[in-house]
Design a protein around this ligand. Structure first.
Ligand SMILES: Cc1cc2nc3c(=O)[nH]c(=O)nc-3n(C[C@H](O)[C@H](O)[C@H](O)COP(=O)(O)OP(=O)(O)OC[C@H]3O[C@@H](n4cnc5c(N)ncnc54)[C@H](O)[C@@H]3O)c2cc1C
Length: 347
């Protein structure tokens, strides 16, 4: 039997490491290049919702997360600046774990399975080369329609919540507060800043605490933020992309980013990684040419994600339409159909 071909994965985030683990479980030789180090905080709501949990279970990773303290989220509540909706049971449980632990656990698992992880090394070569998978995270887009998206996150204590996830919407962004282990919460927001905006808070804490007099500000009134956990990200590109139109083989956010309100980005990272395992293993064994493996992955990713990306883009527009925010907060938890549809269609 001829030697297995090597797979190189650029990016040791969730998609890259999950793919690396899946390939190592099939005995494929894999190198992951990661520009950063572990453990590290990432901007993320830390709320895994959707099919990705089944992927984690199949790869034997869900149990690792649970042992590390992952927490089930069973309820959610929506708020606008002035109106509060009652907490409601989620149609399906989500899993919450800090990215500080999660990425590190995956990195350790990849190494345990014999993967070659090159920490602190940035890939500067082409992505279109045979055997190279792009898992390098979001594509950069500085200005979209006269504005820019950016994300902030920090862990905090002393934040009493009425649900496992509270979602607070305001005209300039939304902030999710999610219960983690050990009385800690994750406070994470997506914001839009127009290029000519004035009067915007310069301090991240002020941003995360929400507009003056809002229910969010009230909720975080006595929050004690953990300064080391603060991180930010800018230049987010939220327009849905099709895998079959990309150059190179992409998984996770490098393929496309789903609006964070869905809590489905991590799930898509896990799912797209799982989709890629078999075609890449077949390429590695010499059974499939590279172009065919790449097309198989792209086709399956498009089939799996196209519909949820459309619904998620619609939900994101609702979240940022000032007139509709209160309607959404009022209606979503009251109408069972809308509540279930909002979850089912976007993940
Ligand atoms: C505000 C906000 C809130 C969110 N909330 C949630 C949520 O609650 N639930 C959810 O499921 N998702 C959420 N997401 C989305 C989620 O964080 C992403 O979908 C997920 O991290 C994607 O994983 P990834 O592996 O594709 O990318 P990343 O996790 O970004 O990993 C990419 C990795 O590639 C590395 N890299 C990049 N370029 C190179 C290079 N040239 N060489 C080597 N390494 C490189 C980077 O250092 C990084 O480690 C949120 C996102 C934002 C912005």
């Amino acid at each position: 039997m001829s030697a297995l071909k090597q797979i190189t994965i650029v990016g040791g985030g969730l998609a890259g490491l999950t793919l690396g683990i899946g390939l190592r479980q099939q005995g494929v030789p894999v190198t992951v290049w990661e520009a950063g180090r572990y453990p590290r905080h990432r901007v993320c709501g830390e709320f895994i919702s959707g099919q990705g949990q089944a992927t984690l279970a199949r790869l034997g990773l869900r149990e690792l997360f649970v042992q590390a303290g992952a927490r089930n989220a069973e309820t959610a509540a929506f708020f606008s600046t002035k109106a509060a909706a009652p907490a409601r049971e989620l149609p399906a449980r989500a899993l919450c774990l800090s990215r500080f632990l999660m990425d590190d656990l995956l990195a350790q698992q990849f190494r345990t399975l014999g993967g070659d992880l090159r920490e602190n090394e940035r890939w500067r070569d082409e992505y279109s080369t045979e055997g190279v998978v792009r898992a390098s995270g979001r594509r950069l887009q500085t200005v979209v329609n006269n504005g820019r998206w950016f994300g902030l996150k920090a862990h905090a204590r002393n934040v009493p919540l009425v649900a496992d996830l509270e979602m607070h919407v305001s005209p300039h962004g939304y902030v999710g507060i999610c219960r983690l282990n050990d009385e800690e919460v994750n406070v994470c927001g997506l914001f839009r800043r127009t290029t000519n905006a004035t009067n915007v808070p310069a301090q991240w804490q002020e941003r995360l605490r929400g507009p003056a007099g809002s229910l969010l500000q009230h909720r975080l009134a006595s929050a004690k933020f953990e300064m080391d956990s603060f991180c930010s990200v800018a230049g987010l590109f939220l327009k849905p992309q099709r895998a079959s139109l990309q150059t190179g083989c992409c998984v996770g956010d490098a393929l496309t980013m789903i609006p964070p309100v869905t809590g489905n980005g991590m799930s898509m990272a896990f799912e797209s990684a799982e989709i890629a395992v078999e075609p890449l293993a077949a390429y590695s064994r010499g059974e499939t040419p590279w172009a065919e493996a790449q097309q198989n992955i792209a086709r399956r990713c498009d089939q799996t994600f196209a519909q949820r990306l459309v619904w998620a883009a619609w939900l994101q527009r609702m979240m940022f339409a000032p007139g509709l925010q209160n309607v959404l907060v009022f209606l979503a938890p009251r109408g069972s159909w809308l509540w279930r549809a909002m979850f089912a269609k976007t993940r």
